[in-house]
Design a protein around this ligand. Structure first.
Ligand SMILES: [Ca+2]
Ligand SMILES: [Ca+2]
Length: 181
């Protein structure tokens, strides 16, 4: 069972994917996110990275739709979304395949390369692709960057993501990693 705090965080995540703000997730929402991510990174519509991202998000959508869309209307409602995560988060293997991988892929879009991490600017770019205003970033990033190195490394990011999905502690920084919820 999801806790109240988890439900709030997952509702926030839903709102980030609901690009057209109609209260449902559909294929178009995912396509728009790919276009935005690629636009921010200046990837051409025929570049290998764009096509790989498009493929990946298309697979993610199909997987989500197949499992979560229990009333088969080709869109995922908030209740379907929450039920989906209730199931996924209770199975470590599903978490690896359906949450961790997707999050890591998004991370890689903005990865600094050599450093294998994200700085504050890239974190802001990532959030803006999911229509979270970058005004939150100077408030959020320093609390996530506990080592004060200016960069959040991959391992750290994966731990933050895990805490975002699983933790029921009200005061940890990971809860706000995508802005207010
Ligand atoms: Ca939508
Ligand atoms: Ca549905």
């Amino acid at each position: 069972m999801l806790t109240e705090l988890q439900t709030r965080k997952l509702t926030k995540l839903f709102s980030m994917y609901d690009e057209c703000c109609n209260g449902y997730l559909c294929k178009k929402d995912f396509e728009k996110i790919v276009k935005k991510l690629a636009g921010i990174r200046n990837w051409g519509l025929r570049s290998p990275r764009y096509l790989a991202l498009m493929n990946q998000l298309d697979r993610d959508w199909k997987e989500l739709n197949k499992i979560a869309d229990t009333d088969h209307d080709q869109q995922v409602s908030i209740n379907e979304w929450l039920h989906y995560y209730d199931v996924v988060l209770s199975d470590p293997q599903k978490y690896e395949q359906q949450v961790k991988m997707v999050m890591e892929m998004t991370f890689d879009v903005f990865n600094l390369g050599e450093e294998d991490g994200l700085n504050q600017q890239n974190w802001g770019l990532l959030l803006s692709a999911y229509h979270v205003s970058p005004v939150y970033v100077p408030l959020i990033f320093p609390t996530l960057d506990t080592a004060k190195s200016g960069i959040i490394k991959r391992d750290q990011m994966l731990q933050l993501i895990r805490d975002f999905f699983y933790s029921d502690e009200p005061d940890i920084p990971a809860n706000s990693m995508f802005g207010p919820y």
